[in-house]
Design a protein around this ligand. Sequence first.
Ligand code: GLU
Length: 428
Amino acid sequence: MSESKYNPFTNAQIQFDKVAEILNLEPGMRELLRQPMREMHFTIPVKMDDGSTKVFKAYRSRHNDARGPGKGGIRFHPDETADDVRALSMWMTWKCAVVDIPLGGGKGGIVCDPNVLSPREMESLCRGYIRGLYTQVGPNADVPAPDVGSKPQHMLWMLDEYETITGAHYPGMITGKPVGMGGSLGRTEATGYGVVYTLVEALKAAGTDITKTSASIQGFGNVAEYAARLYTELGGKVTAVSCWNNTDKKAYTFKNKDGLDIQKLVDIKDASGSIDKEKAESLGCEILDGDSWLSQDVDILMPCALHNQITPDNFGVISRSVKFIAEGANGPTTPDCDDLIKDRNIFMLPDFLCNAGGVTCSYFEQVQCNMNYFWDRTEVLNKLEYAMTKAFKAVYEVSKEKNLYMRDAAYVIAINRVAEAVRLRGWA
Ligand code: GLU
Protein backbone atom coordinates (compact mmCIF):
# COMPACT_ATOMS: atom_id res chain seq x y z
CA MET A 1 0.00 0.00 0.00
CA SER A 2 2.71 2.50 0.91
CA GLU A 3 5.42 3.29 -1.62
CA SER A 4 8.00 1.36 0.29
CA LYS A 5 10.62 -1.31 -0.29
CA TYR A 6 8.89 -3.26 2.48
CA ASN A 7 6.23 -5.81 1.68
CA PRO A 8 3.89 -6.24 4.68
CA PHE A 9 3.39 -9.96 4.01
CA THR A 10 7.16 -10.51 4.00
CA ASN A 11 7.32 -8.48 7.23
CA ALA A 12 4.62 -10.65 8.82
CA GLN A 13 6.52 -13.78 7.78
CA ILE A 14 9.84 -12.45 9.13
CA GLN A 15 8.20 -11.75 12.50
CA PHE A 16 6.59 -15.20 12.52
CA ASP A 17 9.77 -17.07 11.46
CA LYS A 18 11.76 -15.43 14.26
CA VAL A 19 9.37 -16.65 16.94
CA ALA A 20 8.79 -20.04 15.26
CA GLU A 21 12.53 -20.50 15.76
CA ILE A 22 12.36 -19.45 19.44
CA LEU A 23 9.48 -21.93 19.93
CA ASN A 24 11.22 -24.61 17.88
CA LEU A 25 7.98 -25.20 15.93
CA GLU A 26 7.86 -28.30 13.78
CA PRO A 27 8.37 -27.72 9.99
CA GLY A 28 4.77 -28.62 8.95
CA MET A 29 3.35 -26.24 11.54
CA ARG A 30 5.63 -23.45 10.31
CA GLU A 31 4.57 -23.99 6.72
CA LEU A 32 0.91 -23.92 7.69
CA LEU A 33 1.10 -20.81 9.84
CA ARG A 34 3.31 -18.65 7.62
CA GLN A 35 0.68 -18.26 4.89
CA PRO A 36 -3.12 -17.93 4.58
CA MET A 37 -5.08 -21.19 4.38
CA ARG A 38 -7.58 -19.80 1.90
CA GLU A 39 -7.89 -16.72 -0.27
CA MET A 40 -10.33 -15.29 -2.78
CA HIS A 41 -9.46 -12.84 -5.55
CA PHE A 42 -12.38 -11.54 -7.57
CA THR A 43 -13.76 -8.54 -9.43
CA ILE A 44 -16.83 -6.44 -8.72
CA PRO A 45 -18.47 -4.63 -11.64
CA VAL A 46 -20.28 -1.48 -10.55
CA LYS A 47 -22.62 0.64 -12.67
CA MET A 48 -21.40 4.16 -11.96
CA ASP A 49 -23.63 7.22 -11.67
CA ASP A 50 -22.48 8.44 -15.11
CA GLY A 51 -23.72 5.23 -16.75
CA SER A 52 -20.28 3.63 -17.23
CA THR A 53 -19.23 0.34 -15.63
CA LYS A 54 -16.18 0.28 -13.40
CA VAL A 55 -14.54 -2.97 -12.35
CA PHE A 56 -13.04 -3.14 -8.85
CA LYS A 57 -10.51 -5.73 -7.66
CA ALA A 58 -11.40 -7.43 -4.37
CA TYR A 59 -9.75 -9.84 -1.95
CA ARG A 60 -10.52 -11.89 1.14
CA SER A 61 -7.89 -13.91 2.93
CA ARG A 62 -8.54 -16.37 5.74
CA HIS A 63 -5.20 -16.97 7.36
CA ASN A 64 -6.18 -19.54 9.97
CA ASP A 65 -9.41 -20.71 11.59
CA ALA A 66 -8.16 -23.37 14.00
CA ARG A 67 -9.39 -21.35 17.01
CA GLY A 68 -12.69 -20.23 15.47
CA PRO A 69 -14.20 -18.52 12.41
CA GLY A 70 -11.98 -16.11 10.50
CA LYS A 71 -12.29 -12.54 11.73
CA GLY A 72 -11.09 -9.24 10.37
CA GLY A 73 -11.95 -6.03 8.62
CA ILE A 74 -12.38 -4.99 5.00
CA ARG A 75 -10.07 -2.24 3.82
CA PHE A 76 -11.10 0.21 1.09
CA HIS A 77 -7.96 1.81 -0.31
CA PRO A 78 -6.74 2.73 -3.81
CA ASP A 79 -3.36 1.02 -3.25
CA GLU A 80 -4.64 -2.17 -1.63
CA THR A 81 -2.78 -5.34 -2.68
CA ALA A 82 -3.13 -9.09 -2.19
CA ASP A 83 -0.01 -9.09 0.00
CA ASP A 84 -1.42 -6.37 2.28
CA VAL A 85 -4.53 -8.46 2.80
CA ARG A 86 -2.47 -11.62 3.40
CA ALA A 87 -0.34 -9.88 6.04
CA LEU A 88 -3.32 -8.25 7.71
CA SER A 89 -5.17 -11.60 7.90
CA MET A 90 -2.11 -13.19 9.48
CA TRP A 91 -1.87 -10.41 12.07
CA MET A 92 -5.59 -10.93 12.82
CA THR A 93 -4.91 -14.56 13.75
CA TRP A 94 -2.31 -13.47 16.30
CA LYS A 95 -4.51 -10.58 17.48
CA CYS A 96 -7.49 -12.82 18.28
CA ALA A 97 -5.20 -15.36 19.92
CA VAL A 98 -3.31 -12.87 22.11
CA VAL A 99 -6.56 -11.52 23.58
CA ASP A 100 -7.84 -15.10 23.76
CA ILE A 101 -11.11 -14.72 21.88
CA PRO A 102 -12.39 -17.82 20.02
CA LEU A 103 -11.78 -16.50 16.51
CA GLY A 104 -9.22 -16.96 13.76
CA GLY A 105 -7.71 -14.45 11.35
CA GLY A 106 -9.18 -13.01 8.18
CA LYS A 107 -9.01 -9.80 6.20
CA GLY A 108 -10.53 -8.31 3.10
CA GLY A 109 -9.78 -5.48 0.77
CA ILE A 110 -11.23 -3.65 -2.20
CA VAL A 111 -9.02 -1.52 -4.42
CA CYS A 112 -11.01 1.72 -4.45
CA ASP A 113 -11.03 5.29 -3.20
CA PRO A 114 -14.14 5.59 -1.01
CA ASN A 115 -13.76 9.41 -1.00
CA VAL A 116 -14.67 9.70 -4.67
CA LEU A 117 -17.59 7.24 -4.81
CA SER A 118 -21.20 8.37 -4.36
CA PRO A 119 -23.31 6.67 -1.69
CA ARG A 120 -25.16 4.72 -4.40
CA GLU A 121 -21.88 3.55 -5.97
CA MET A 122 -20.58 2.61 -2.52
CA GLU A 123 -23.70 0.58 -1.77
CA SER A 124 -23.40 -1.23 -5.07
CA LEU A 125 -19.73 -2.01 -4.36
CA CYS A 126 -20.51 -3.33 -0.86
CA ARG A 127 -23.31 -5.54 -2.14
CA GLY A 128 -21.11 -6.77 -4.99
CA TYR A 129 -18.40 -7.72 -2.50
CA ILE A 130 -20.83 -10.01 -0.69
CA ARG A 131 -22.25 -11.46 -3.91
CA GLY A 132 -18.70 -12.46 -4.82
CA LEU A 133 -17.96 -13.85 -1.40
CA TYR A 134 -21.14 -15.10 0.28
CA THR A 135 -20.16 -18.79 0.15
CA GLN A 136 -16.96 -17.97 2.05
CA VAL A 137 -18.23 -15.68 4.81
CA GLY A 138 -20.84 -16.17 7.54
CA PRO A 139 -21.16 -16.17 11.33
CA ASN A 140 -19.51 -19.58 11.61
CA ALA A 141 -17.04 -19.27 8.73
CA ASP A 142 -15.46 -15.83 8.40
CA VAL A 143 -16.77 -12.60 9.88
CA PRO A 144 -15.84 -9.24 8.28
CA ALA A 145 -15.78 -5.83 10.01
CA PRO A 146 -14.72 -2.26 9.24
CA ASP A 147 -11.10 -1.28 8.63
CA VAL A 148 -9.37 1.66 6.92
CA GLY A 149 -11.94 3.42 4.68
CA SER A 150 -14.96 1.28 5.60
CA LYS A 151 -17.78 2.29 7.91
CA PRO A 152 -20.80 0.89 9.83
CA GLN A 153 -23.20 1.75 6.98
CA HIS A 154 -21.05 -0.35 4.60
CA MET A 155 -21.28 -3.28 7.03
CA LEU A 156 -25.05 -3.03 7.08
CA TRP A 157 -25.34 -3.03 3.28
CA MET A 158 -23.14 -6.13 3.25
CA LEU A 159 -25.25 -7.81 5.93
CA ASP A 160 -28.44 -6.96 4.05
CA GLU A 161 -27.05 -8.47 0.84
CA TYR A 162 -26.00 -11.64 2.70
CA GLU A 163 -29.40 -11.97 4.37
CA THR A 164 -31.20 -11.32 1.08
CA ILE A 165 -29.21 -14.10 -0.61
CA THR A 166 -29.57 -16.58 2.25
CA GLY A 167 -33.15 -15.69 3.12
CA ALA A 168 -32.73 -15.38 6.88
CA HIS A 169 -31.25 -13.12 9.55
CA TYR A 170 -27.60 -13.65 10.49
CA PRO A 171 -26.57 -10.58 12.51
CA GLY A 172 -23.35 -12.33 13.61
CA MET A 173 -22.20 -12.52 9.98
CA ILE A 174 -20.50 -9.11 10.19
CA THR A 175 -19.51 -6.71 12.99
CA GLY A 176 -19.10 -2.97 13.28
CA LYS A 177 -22.76 -2.54 12.35
CA PRO A 178 -24.62 0.65 13.31
CA VAL A 179 -25.93 0.69 16.88
CA GLY A 180 -29.61 -0.30 16.84
CA MET A 181 -29.01 -2.56 13.83
CA GLY A 182 -27.03 -5.22 15.68
CA GLY A 183 -24.02 -3.04 16.42
CA SER A 184 -22.45 -2.80 19.87
CA LEU A 185 -22.20 0.35 21.90
CA GLY A 186 -18.52 1.16 22.36
CA ARG A 187 -17.44 -0.45 19.05
CA THR A 188 -16.59 2.93 17.45
CA GLU A 189 -14.21 3.89 20.22
CA ALA A 190 -13.00 0.34 21.01
CA THR A 191 -9.74 0.23 19.02
CA GLY A 192 -8.51 3.65 20.15
CA TYR A 193 -9.57 3.04 23.74
CA GLY A 194 -7.85 -0.35 23.66
CA VAL A 195 -4.61 1.36 22.61
CA VAL A 196 -4.85 3.55 25.71
CA TYR A 197 -5.90 0.71 28.04
CA THR A 198 -2.68 -1.12 27.14
CA LEU A 199 -0.65 2.10 27.24
CA VAL A 200 -1.92 2.84 30.77
CA GLU A 201 -0.67 -0.59 31.89
CA ALA A 202 2.71 -0.04 30.22
CA LEU A 203 3.05 3.34 31.94
CA LYS A 204 2.18 1.74 35.29
CA ALA A 205 4.72 -1.04 34.71
CA ALA A 206 7.37 1.59 33.98
CA GLY A 207 6.35 3.73 36.97
CA THR A 208 5.40 6.68 34.75
CA ASP A 209 2.59 9.07 35.68
CA ILE A 210 0.34 9.54 32.63
CA THR A 211 -0.44 13.15 33.59
CA LYS A 212 3.24 14.03 33.16
CA THR A 213 3.46 12.57 29.65
CA SER A 214 3.01 13.91 26.15
CA ALA A 215 2.34 12.10 22.89
CA SER A 216 2.64 12.52 19.15
CA ILE A 217 0.15 10.63 16.99
CA GLN A 218 0.30 9.62 13.35
CA GLY A 219 -3.17 9.55 11.79
CA PHE A 220 -6.47 11.07 12.81
CA GLY A 221 -8.92 8.41 11.71
CA ASN A 222 -11.08 6.34 14.02
CA VAL A 223 -8.22 4.72 15.98
CA ALA A 224 -6.18 7.89 16.49
CA GLU A 225 -9.21 10.01 17.37
CA TYR A 226 -10.41 7.77 20.20
CA ALA A 227 -6.89 7.05 21.45
CA ALA A 228 -6.30 10.83 21.62
CA ARG A 229 -9.62 11.42 23.36
CA LEU A 230 -9.10 8.85 26.12
CA TYR A 231 -5.40 9.65 26.58
CA THR A 232 -6.18 13.36 27.10
CA GLU A 233 -9.15 12.54 29.37
CA LEU A 234 -6.71 10.61 31.55
CA GLY A 235 -4.44 13.66 31.76
CA GLY A 236 -1.93 13.10 28.94
CA LYS A 237 -1.05 15.88 26.50
CA VAL A 238 -1.18 15.28 22.74
CA THR A 239 1.19 17.84 21.26
CA ALA A 240 1.22 16.66 17.63
CA VAL A 241 -1.08 14.88 15.22
CA SER A 242 -0.20 14.01 11.65
CA CYS A 243 -3.10 13.75 9.27
CA TRP A 244 -3.82 13.34 5.56
CA ASN A 245 -5.37 16.38 3.88
CA ASN A 246 -7.89 15.49 1.16
CA THR A 247 -7.63 18.83 -0.64
CA ASP A 248 -3.83 19.06 -0.88
CA LYS A 249 -3.42 15.27 -1.20
CA LYS A 250 -0.62 15.24 1.37
CA ALA A 251 -0.16 14.85 5.10
CA TYR A 252 0.57 17.63 7.59
CA THR A 253 1.55 17.52 11.23
CA PHE A 254 -0.47 19.85 13.47
CA LYS A 255 1.45 20.85 16.56
CA ASN A 256 0.76 22.72 19.76
CA LYS A 257 3.39 22.30 22.45
CA ASP A 258 0.82 23.18 25.15
CA GLY A 259 -1.49 20.41 23.97
CA LEU A 260 -3.90 20.15 21.04
CA ASP A 261 -7.62 20.64 21.51
CA ILE A 262 -8.72 17.21 20.28
CA GLN A 263 -12.45 17.99 20.23
CA LYS A 264 -11.91 21.06 18.05
CA LEU A 265 -9.73 19.09 15.61
CA VAL A 266 -12.42 16.38 15.46
CA ASP A 267 -15.04 19.05 14.71
CA ILE A 268 -12.93 20.28 11.77
CA LYS A 269 -12.41 16.72 10.52
CA ASP A 270 -16.11 15.86 10.83
CA ALA A 271 -17.14 18.97 8.90
CA SER A 272 -14.85 18.48 5.90
CA GLY A 273 -13.44 14.94 6.01
CA SER A 274 -9.90 16.02 6.89
CA ILE A 275 -8.13 18.78 8.82
CA ASP A 276 -8.01 22.05 6.96
CA LYS A 277 -4.70 23.95 7.43
CA GLU A 278 -6.23 27.40 7.86
CA LYS A 279 -8.75 26.17 10.41
CA ALA A 280 -6.00 24.39 12.36
CA GLU A 281 -3.92 27.59 12.29
CA SER A 282 -6.86 29.50 13.76
CA LEU A 283 -6.75 27.06 16.69
CA GLY A 284 -3.13 28.07 17.32
CA CYS A 285 -1.55 25.00 15.67
CA GLU A 286 1.85 25.11 14.02
CA ILE A 287 1.68 23.41 10.60
CA LEU A 288 4.61 21.08 9.91
CA ASP A 289 5.23 18.50 7.20
CA GLY A 290 3.55 15.11 7.47
CA ASP A 291 6.64 13.24 8.71
CA SER A 292 7.33 15.62 11.61
CA TRP A 293 5.10 13.66 14.00
CA LEU A 294 7.99 11.20 14.33
CA SER A 295 10.65 13.69 15.47
CA GLN A 296 8.69 15.38 18.29
CA ASP A 297 10.15 15.67 21.80
CA VAL A 298 7.45 13.58 23.45
CA ASP A 299 7.32 10.56 25.75
CA ILE A 300 4.99 8.50 23.60
CA LEU A 301 4.64 7.85 19.88
CA MET A 302 1.36 6.42 18.64
CA PRO A 303 1.52 5.38 14.99
CA CYS A 304 -2.19 4.98 14.20
CA ALA A 305 -2.22 5.17 10.40
CA LEU A 306 -0.79 2.61 7.98
CA HIS A 307 2.04 0.09 7.85
CA ASN A 308 5.80 0.59 7.24
CA GLN A 309 5.96 4.02 8.87
CA ILE A 310 8.91 3.52 11.27
CA THR A 311 11.95 2.09 9.48
CA PRO A 312 15.73 2.11 10.02
CA ASP A 313 15.86 5.00 7.52
CA ASN A 314 13.82 7.34 9.71
CA PHE A 315 14.44 5.80 13.14
CA GLY A 316 17.27 8.28 13.74
CA VAL A 317 14.88 11.23 13.87
CA ILE A 318 13.04 9.80 16.88
CA SER A 319 13.80 11.99 19.88
CA ARG A 320 15.69 10.55 22.86
CA SER A 321 12.72 11.64 24.97
CA VAL A 322 10.55 8.87 23.48
CA LYS A 323 10.10 6.00 25.94
CA PHE A 324 6.96 4.27 24.61
CA ILE A 325 5.63 3.29 21.21
CA ALA A 326 1.96 2.26 21.12
CA GLU A 327 1.17 0.72 17.73
CA GLY A 328 -2.45 1.60 16.98
CA ALA A 329 -1.94 0.76 13.28
CA ASN A 330 -1.27 -2.70 11.88
CA GLY A 331 2.39 -3.20 11.02
CA PRO A 332 3.61 0.41 11.45
CA THR A 333 7.15 -0.68 12.36
CA THR A 334 9.30 -2.72 9.97
CA PRO A 335 10.96 -5.84 11.43
CA ASP A 336 14.49 -4.47 10.83
CA CYS A 337 13.66 -1.59 13.18
CA ASP A 338 12.82 -3.74 16.20
CA ASP A 339 16.45 -4.17 17.28
CA LEU A 340 16.99 -0.40 17.16
CA ILE A 341 13.91 0.14 19.34
CA LYS A 342 15.07 -2.56 21.74
CA ASP A 343 18.59 -1.07 21.96
CA ARG A 344 17.12 2.30 22.89
CA ASN A 345 15.10 0.62 25.60
CA ILE A 346 11.81 1.96 24.26
CA PHE A 347 8.75 0.18 25.71
CA MET A 348 7.04 -1.36 22.67
CA LEU A 349 3.32 -2.08 22.64
CA PRO A 350 3.09 -4.28 19.53
CA ASP A 351 0.22 -3.78 17.09
CA PHE A 352 -1.65 -7.02 17.45
CA LEU A 353 -1.81 -6.55 21.22
CA CYS A 354 -2.17 -2.77 21.32
CA ASN A 355 -4.92 -2.44 18.68
CA ALA A 356 -6.85 -5.60 19.58
CA GLY A 357 -9.63 -3.56 21.22
CA GLY A 358 -11.58 -3.33 17.96
CA VAL A 359 -11.78 -7.03 17.32
CA THR A 360 -12.40 -7.77 20.99
CA CYS A 361 -15.43 -5.48 20.87
CA SER A 362 -16.44 -7.12 17.57
CA TYR A 363 -16.46 -10.41 19.43
CA PHE A 364 -18.68 -8.82 22.11
CA GLU A 365 -20.94 -7.61 19.31
CA GLN A 366 -21.29 -11.18 18.01
CA VAL A 367 -22.02 -12.45 21.52
CA GLN A 368 -24.72 -9.80 21.99
CA CYS A 369 -26.20 -10.59 18.55
CA ASN A 370 -26.33 -14.29 19.43
CA MET A 371 -28.17 -13.51 22.68
CA ASN A 372 -30.26 -10.83 20.97
CA TYR A 373 -29.66 -8.82 24.13
CA PHE A 374 -27.44 -5.73 24.15
CA TRP A 375 -25.27 -4.40 26.96
CA ASP A 376 -24.97 -0.74 27.86
CA ARG A 377 -21.81 1.16 26.92
CA THR A 378 -20.27 0.97 30.38
CA GLU A 379 -20.64 -2.79 30.48
CA VAL A 380 -19.01 -3.14 27.05
CA LEU A 381 -16.11 -0.83 27.91
CA ASN A 382 -15.54 -2.47 31.32
CA LYS A 383 -15.32 -5.87 29.64
CA LEU A 384 -13.02 -4.43 27.00
CA GLU A 385 -10.70 -2.85 29.55
CA TYR A 386 -10.58 -6.12 31.48
CA ALA A 387 -9.71 -8.15 28.34
CA MET A 388 -7.03 -5.71 27.16
CA THR A 389 -5.45 -5.37 30.60
CA LYS A 390 -5.37 -9.13 31.05
CA ALA A 391 -3.74 -9.61 27.64
CA PHE A 392 -1.16 -6.90 28.36
CA LYS A 393 -0.26 -8.46 31.72
CA ALA A 394 0.20 -11.92 30.20
CA VAL A 395 2.50 -10.55 27.48
CA TYR A 396 4.45 -8.39 29.92
CA GLU A 397 4.95 -11.35 32.23
CA VAL A 398 6.33 -13.53 29.43
CA SER A 399 8.59 -10.71 28.29
CA LYS A 400 10.02 -10.38 31.82
CA GLU A 401 10.21 -14.13 32.52
CA LYS A 402 11.89 -15.03 29.23
CA ASN A 403 13.70 -11.75 28.73
CA LEU A 404 11.94 -11.17 25.42
CA TYR A 405 11.12 -8.01 23.47
CA MET A 406 7.40 -7.25 23.90
CA ARG A 407 6.56 -8.06 20.26
CA ASP A 408 8.25 -11.45 20.52
CA ALA A 409 6.53 -12.15 23.85
CA ALA A 410 3.13 -11.38 22.30
CA TYR A 411 3.98 -13.69 19.38
CA VAL A 412 5.05 -16.47 21.77
CA ILE A 413 1.62 -16.42 23.45
CA ALA A 414 -0.38 -16.07 20.24
CA ILE A 415 1.52 -18.65 18.19
CA ASN A 416 1.45 -21.17 21.05
CA ARG A 417 -2.33 -20.84 21.32
CA VAL A 418 -2.88 -21.24 17.58
CA ALA A 419 -0.37 -24.09 17.27
CA GLU A 420 -2.07 -25.90 20.14
CA ALA A 421 -5.47 -25.59 18.39
CA VAL A 422 -3.91 -26.88 15.15
CA ARG A 423 -2.44 -29.88 17.01
CA LEU A 424 -5.67 -30.66 18.85
CA ARG A 425 -7.56 -30.63 15.54
CA GLY A 426 -4.97 -33.01 14.15
CA TRP A 427 -3.95 -30.71 11.31
CA ALA A 428 -0.24 -30.90 12.13
N1 GLU B 1 -10.10 -3.82 11.41
C1 GLU B 1 -9.88 -4.00 12.82
C2 GLU B 1 -8.53 -4.62 13.08
O1 GLU B 1 -7.63 -4.54 12.27
C3 GLU B 1 -11.03 -4.74 13.49
C4 GLU B 1 -11.33 -6.11 12.97
C5 GLU B 1 -12.62 -6.71 13.50
O2 GLU B 1 -13.31 -6.08 14.28
O3 GLU B 1 -12.89 -7.83 13.10
O4 GLU B 1 -8.27 -5.11 14.15
